[in-house]
Write a protein that binds this ligand. Structure first.
Ligand code: DX5
Ligand code: ZN
Length: 213
């Protein structure tokens, strides 16, 4: 499977989102990674469904929506209506992840499961058959620009061993030229990167993240 690159808009210029989206798409981005934070699940607040709908209007590539919010079941319909193509939820954010994952599918989006770095990978294993994507967080969710947590790499290997080959394994947090290679070698095939893309030449950064595979 080809390695995909999903730049995280969190590090883009929010006053010029449309031009940022066009530039990063022209530079080769496969998906746009959209970080939704509610100030409760994480100590930061970003955007909600109206902004996702505006992004959708100007994007030609899929929206990969990472929900860092409590009770995602209350909001998934709104995000899918706004144009989310892939919706990823945190295992820790809801009492019954399986039913939320099934509901996302039913509403017509692709579905992903993720976990905080401190959460045991076994906690999401029972959901592997319900998802299109498993996201391994390589930083504590909440902010861009943090350092890659090398101790999360074993989780990538574990997931690669236990999911069907067509399930995407995405990594998010501190991903750059060097750490993306570590993740690709461990079996990840979707690279999320915020600061590394938006603080460098977009095209060169995206090519480096994709690697030679
Ligand atoms: C953090 C977000 C990330 C963030 C990554 O909670 O999930 O998507 O934007 O930023 P970098 O690539 O700068 O670590
Ligand atoms: Zn993210």
């Amino acid at each position: 499977m080809k390695t995909l690159v999903a730049p995280s808009l969190l590090s883009s210029d929010f006053a010029n989102l449309q031009s940022e989206i066009k530039k990063v798409t022209a530079a080769g981005a496969d998906w746009l990674h959209v970080d939704v934070m509610d100030g409760q699940f994480v100590k930061n607040i970003t955007i909600g469904p109206p902004v996702v709908a505006s992004i959708k209007k100007v994007s030609k590539i899929p929206l990969d929506v990472h929900l860092m919010i409590v009770n995602p079941e209350d909001y998934i319909a709104a995000f899918i209506k706004a144009g989310a193509d892939i919706v990823t939820i945190h295992q820790e954010s809801t009492k019954d992840p399986a039913s939320v994952l099934k509901e996302v599918r039913k509403l017509g989006a692709k579905v992903g499961i993720t976990l905080r770095p401190g959460t045991d990978i076994k906690k999401i294993e029972s959901f592997f058959d319900l998802v299109d994507l498993v996201l391994i967080m390589t930083v504590e969710p909440g902010f861009g620009g943090q350092s890659f947590l090398t101790d999360q790499v074993d989780k990538i290997r574990y997931v690669r061993k236990h999911v069907k080959p067509n399930v995407f394994i995405e990594v998010d947090g501190g991903i750059d030229e060097k750490t993306s290679k570590i993740c690709r070698d461990a079996g990840a095939n979707v690279m999320v990167a915020g600061s590394y893309v938006f603080k460098n030449d977009y095209k060169a950064a995206i090519e480096n993240l994709r690697g030679q595979k």
